[in-house]
Design a protein around this ligand. Structure first.
Ligand code: GTP
Ligand code: MG
Length: 429
């Protein structure tokens, strides 16, 4: 359908009329249907933990979900940051939760930390890409697709009491358009109350001045607007994690016991752990999932499709159909392919010509060399012939001289043998 027709139809759409019902119809059960469907389907929730080795990531996860996930201590000698996802099936009442905890193993352990954020960004993008590929499939199965997109990044800040490290700022800046970041001050029992207050203000100031967008608990839903607004003012949460249970009064509570006292994890006067759990799990889990889909994934999808050449409208704001864009892209691609093919063919012909010329040149050189050698050979042959002739002449001269000598010698010998006979004859006479 042409764009102009589409516009005509949408302009022609009549205003909906308000009608009152004569009796009970039953669509007021729609929200219940949704709840029941969601409960049957179950939920997935994916948490990314970023923080230096030993900052208390695993302990906090165990404390948050009141269980023991299998955790192993990370080595301090990782060559680069490695993302390790682990998925667990959890159940509370009749609600099933597929929880994936992704650990950024080795974060902050390298001497050169320039690229520490890169594996984290790549991992988040890879999960978006997987989802996009599933969406673009002809036979999609998003219904039972295991969504691995990261819904929240808990960024563990070291409780120095000073300021954020540049590694923290750079990493959070690189992540803020891709994931909901909730910054938390880890091991908050190691920092005093007054220092903590100043530290929180300092961190928030630094995040604002560096333009880092952290996740804000939503205040547009009346039911949770008030509590979320209050909690936004408490960010970053200062948390304490513990898997130890200590008896306080006559109750066993999660706490950390020190020689001078006990830090109770769930005591709001001691730390913000309860605030974090309430905000992350009870109040805003669905908003985190929703924000991931509607904001972060949408941005990734838009950039990716634009990169592939898809647009919603052309230069004159006319809507583009996916089909037209696809056809145009296909044509462009085929032309490009043809151009490349022609270029390669031409290159091949040139190469063959070049090689042919080179071969001819080589052949000519060889021929010249052969002729030269032939000339030298003939010259040598001629010289040897001459020498042989001279030698033969010398030999025959020598033979002649030798024969003359021999003749002379025999004459002389003959003459000497005749002389004594004559002397004897003379004496007798
Ligand atoms: P890797 O996985 O090896 O990177 O460590 P991690 O970040 O998972 O830390 P983990 O939870 O293994 O805790 C490391 C140490 O810190 C353990 O000895 C914990 O008992 C201790 N720890 C954890 N949370 C806290 C906390 O809130 N306060 C204090 N003081 N210590 C904590
Ligand atoms: Mg750990």
């Amino acid at each position: 359908m042409a764009a102009a027709d589409l516009e005509r139809f949408s302009n022609a759409e009549p205003e909906p009329r308000n009608l009152s019902l004569g009796g009970h119809v039953g669509f007021d059960s729609l929200p219940d249907q949704l709840v029941s469907k969601s409960v049957t389907q179950g939920f997935s929730f994916n948490i990314l933990c970023v923080g230096e080795t030993g900052i208390g990531k695993s302990t906090l996860m165990n404390t948050l979900f009141n269980t023991t996930f299998e955790t192993e201590e990370a080595s301090h000698h990782e060559e680069c940051v490695r993302l390790r996802p682990q998925t667990y099936n959890l159940q509370e009442s009749n609600v099933h939760l597929k929880l994936t905890i992704v650990d950024a193993v080795g974060f902050g352990d390298q001497i050169n930390k320039d690229e520490s954020y890169r594996p984290i960004v790549d991992y988040i993008d890879a999960q978006f890409e997987n989802y996009l590929q599933e969406e673009l499939k002809i036979r999609r199965s998003l219904f039972d697709y295991h969504d691995t997109r990261i819904h929240v990044c808990l960024y563990f800040i070291t409780p120095t009491g000073h300021s954020l490290k540049s590694l923290d700022l750079v990493t959070m800046k690189k992540l803020d358009s891709k994931v909901n970041i909730i910054p938390i001050i880890a091991k908050a029992d190691t920092i005093s109350k007054s220092e903590l207050h100043k530290f929180k203000i300092k961190i928030m100031g630094e995040l604002v001045s560096n333009g880092v967008q952290i996740y804000q608990f939503p205040t547009d839903d009346e039911a949770v607007a008030e509590i979320n607004a209050v909690m936004n003012a408490h960010l970053p949460f200062a948390v304490v994690g513990s898997t130890e249970e200590v008896k306080v009064g006559n109750k066993l509570v999660r706490a950390r016991q020190y020689p001078w006292g006990v830090v109770q994890v769930e005591n709001e006067n001691h730390c913000d752990f309860v605030k974090l759990r309430e905000m992350l799990i009870r109040v805003n889990m669905e908003d985190l999932r929703e924000q991931t889909h509607s904001r972060h994934y949408e941005l990734y999808r838009r950039c990716k499709l634009e990169e592939m050449g898809f647009q919603d409208s052309d230069g004159d704001s006319q809507p583009f159909s996916l089909q037209e864009t696809y056809e145009a892209k296909r044509k462009e691609f085929l032309n490009e392919l043809q151009r490349k093919e022609e270029e390669m063919r031409q290159m091949f012909v040139n190469k063959v010509k070049e090689t042919e010329l080179e071969l001819k040149e080589k052949e000519r050189e060889l021929h010249e060399k052969f002729e030269h050698l032939k000339r030298i050979h003939q010259e040598e042959k001629r010289k040897v012939e001459e020498k042989r002739r001279e030698l033969e002449e010398e030999t025959s001269a020598f033979t002649r001289r030798k024969a003359a000598m021999e003749a002379l010698q025999s004459q002389a010998l003959h003459a000497t043998s005749q002389q004594p006979l004559r002397k004897d004859k003379d004496r007798k006479n």
